[in-house]
Ligand binder design. Sequence first.
Ligand SMILES: Cc1cc2nc3c(=O)[nH]c(=O)nc-3n(C[C@H](O)[C@H](O)[C@H](O)COP(=O)(O)O)c2cc1C
Ligand code: SF4
Length: 413
Amino acid sequence: MSDTVSSVSAAALTPLVIGPLLLKNRFIKAATNEGMARGGVPSKQLVKFHADIAAGGAALTTVAYCAVSRDGRTFPDQITLELQTLAHLRALTDAVHEQGGAVSAQITHGGCFTFLADLSTKRPLSASGGFNKIGLMSGLYFKQQMNHSDMHRIANEFASGAKLAREAGFDAVEIHMGHGYLLSQFISPLYNKRKDEFGGSIENRMRFPVMVLKHVLDAVGADLAVICKFSVTDGVSQGNSADDGAQIARILEREGAHLLVLSAGMNAESITTMFGSSFPAENRASVTNPIVKAAMFIQQFTEKKVDFRELYLLEHSRKVRAAVKMPLAYLGGIKSAAGVDQVLAEGFDTVAMGRALIFDPSLVNQFAEGTNSVSACTSCNRCVAMMYTEGGTSCVLGQPGDPVLNKQAAAAM
Ligand SMILES: Cc1cc2nc3c(=O)[nH]c(=O)nc-3n(C[C@H](O)[C@H](O)[C@H](O)COP(=O)(O)O)c2cc1C
Ligand code: SF4
């Protein structure tokens, strides 16, 4: 790809309809855990973070990891979609709208991928029960197989969370079906060992995620765009391949999802598949939480070294593009105007960007104006450890987040 400055093509700046939502252009800020909700309360720093992304030109910014229940969090400092957070989320959506952007809430449940000390159940819930390797570091050594009543309750929690997001002024919800969280624990054969109609074939493994999607569509689908983010490949031999990913996409298309965001990998088993590059040892130094520190320590021995290349998920995502007609967001290593143009020319409808917009939230405007055509983000992944710092997620090469703003509740006067 060329290093000379040229603006992104006109196609990237045209609107896109996803369900009931009109996006002003083809750029989405992907969910990146912000670390800006201490004790679960969205902070003024979180408002600033997303308002900056909107002011920088992206059509849609995604608020990461909004748990549909307290048990759905992975850590205490995550937003729960409940009445206490409503006013703070409203302050956030107002600020994004003032900057001319739209905003999506990533709605999710961690299942057995949780490090909470105050779960309401003795064992975290998952597709299957038994030993919980994720809990080795947190003492949650066993997980509980979900029964039908658990499934109906949690599907209803997703619907209630989506309704709360609508009340808070969000334009879209993104159901997190990837990365090893609860819905991904059903989709992936690595976690789903069930013998009933919720396990076995892909159609069966998708049954509970589809139940969730239907509940959310029924609850808000006429008013909000309902997006599904999932792992096209799990990046592990016993998990889903990209051919399975294409079949998953066909099911989500059949069930009426408005847009799919194509990610990859699992948090615990294949983080480099998700990020397309290795994690530096320095990340451990910025982390104080002993559980996360230990997880990072183990990860360095289990993950192979991976060198970043732009559009690192394209080969996998092409299989999904060939399988469905519905709108798709390409995600994974978008750094340049040329990269954006390439994936749009290949038939993807929009691009989602994580690190390039953490590095510089105004990149979309720069691409549009032709003042810059390549992000200088080095794909070092050091921003991932920043989410545990006082100012929250930021690029280590730029200004850190403001720790004072990050302590103030978003709606506080
Ligand atoms: C700091 C950081 C935190 C992340 N947290 C989340 C998250 O909460 N939810 C999610 O779906 N993906 C999360 N991701 C993954 C991104 O959405 C995206 O899949 C990944 O960064 C690859 O896209 P990129 O090459 O454009 O950065 C995170 C990424 C980063 C860098
Ligand atoms: S820390 Fe900065 S340069 Fe490194 S991956 Fe994150 S945004 Fe890019």
